[in-house]
Ligand binder design. Sequence first.
Ligand code: AMP
Length: 449
Amino acid sequence: MTVSVSNGSTGFDRFGLKEALMRGVRHAGFESPRQIQLETIPAGLAGRDVLGLAQTGTGKTAAYALPLLDRLLDDRRKGPRALVIAPTRELATQIAAEFRTLSRFTGVKMVTIYGGVPIRSQIDKLARRPEIVVGCPGRVLDLLRRGLLHLDQVETLVLDEADHMFDMGFLPDIRRILAALPARRQNLLFSATMPKDIRRLADDLLTNPHVVELANAAPASTIDHALYLVAEPRKRALLEHLLAGDDCDSAIVFTRTKRRASRLAEQLSKAGHRAVGLQGNMSQGQRDRAMRGFRSRSYDILVATDIAARGIDVSGVSHVINFDVPNTPEAYTHRIGRTGRAELEGVACTFVTSSDRAWVQSTERMIGARIQRRQVEGFEPDAEGRSERRRPHGQSRSNGKLRSNGQPRSKVESRSNGKPRSKSESQSNGKPRSNRRNAGFRPGSRRRA
Ligand code: AMP
């Protein structure tokens, strides 16, 4: 939710942020504060601890970055004065980018530290004592132990996506880092879910926190999400079918294992899609290239595992496709939150086989609602084999209509919210969509803003 203002000023005026920061806000193009910002910024400015229950995509980075930066500007000193910890390199990079945008006119210095890349330049930057350090737990701890990172001046600590840090086994590292921080400091903890270990951490860490409970476990209302019942061997064909949909501009496809992610990315590329894998066995350079390519739309499809895709914020992802169901119900909300971001619409399709029944039950219990079931003709679990024999590749019965690309139109794929998707013939990034033997994406279709 955003709050609109009628007096022509940006809705951010209400916070009394310093002018250098307001310039950053305008530079970022933020017109009105998001709900999480409305609720977090005043408490952050007042120096209070904050517990934010919100997922990535809600605007939480700016919610903590703005008060943190404002307070740093009160009195300029060498740092590190603020430490922001994130579970993955991708999220750390995104957080740093947001800080850079917002602090562009302030002169505040920052370094990003994470593993998988040479440590030298991080050490050099730390030696200049930047005010802000954004990092992942492993490398932060490494530098701390080598005596190259000093945390005794830290005034503000942010733990972002704390539940993911727990999932990834980082809690012991976090506790070691906490031990190196001064006792007197401001703590801001953000988490999309509140498992009991995070609750315990929050209890230990936060003093009389201002609690902002934004996202419950339910997916954002801008996401049209549904379960697609399918037999395991037909998943790939169903994926191709969905990717061929008119409204599919750009998709993140989640698989259960790293091997499945790299194999599927390879198969999709061979089939003519602009697809790339993102999984933990890739080097940091490969991961960066994959993310850059996906952000810049050189690739339309990112095939990822949960861990690799944590916290990814790429605007304009029209579809999340869970090729395999996630391990936990919580991961469902996280995964499908990669679309429908920034109040845009998104579609999330989860492939479920007969062995996923227990997962469906617990996920529906967690989100407190039944997830819509959709059946695409020719992909019913009991149609396995029959449909293959009856039709040559790329043709299905559907409703008899074939698109110009020879792909069938499914009559069951209308959006549940009844909202049409806009299409335009030209592609906004101006790049030709090449190498699409299967015409997996319709050229130029873009989501409405
Ligand atoms: P986050 O939850 O921090 O990952 O933010 C999701 C996206 O929303 C980021 O791309 C932010 O730059 C963007 N964003 C954050 N706050 C606002 C705002 N008030 N208006 C417009 N965009 C925003």
